[in-house]
Design a protein around this ligand. Structure first.
Ligand SMILES: [Zn+2]
Length: 131
């Protein structure tokens, strides 16, 4: 299953970030997924919960930002929404000459750690100085 392997990679990256910061858990994970990336958000959410179980990312919220697919016509420079299923067809010059600008993203854009765990040193230092 496609989404399961993506979820495994996401959990792995989130755990890495948590470990780097000495956090015992992960609050949320943000993903940017293009319209044409071929990922089913619901399936990914489900897979994420499965894979995250028993890891540092267990119980973390999966925030998915869907990126609409856009293309640019190489002939007239017009930008247009591609839609899904994709149609790489310039609406202005009616030619199939277009390059895809966005829509194939599949990236981890952020990992939020619980505040106390993300940077305990800073937390301690700030305590005395606050009035
Ligand atoms: Zn055009």
């Amino acid at each position: 299953m496609h989404e399961l392997s993506i979820a495994a990679a996401v959990v792995e990256s989130a755990e890495e970030v948590a470990r780097e910061h000495g956090a015992a858990s992960v609050e949320s994970v943000q993903l940017r997924i293009g319209e044409l990336a071929g990922v089913v958000s619901d399936a990914l959410r489900f897979s994420f919960e499965l894979v995250a179980d028993g890891t540092l990312a267990a119980g973390a919220e999966l925030l998915i930002e869907e990126v609409p697919a856009r293309a640019r016509c190489t002939g007239c420079d017009a930008e247009f929404a591609v839609g899904s299923p994709p149609r790489l067809w310039c609406p202005r010059c009616e030619q199939p000459a277009a390059e895809l600008l966005t829509g194939r993203e599949l990236e981890l854009s952020g990992v939020q750690l619980p505040e106390a765990g993300s940077c305990p040193a800073l937390h301690e230092a700030g305590r005395g100085e606050r009035t």
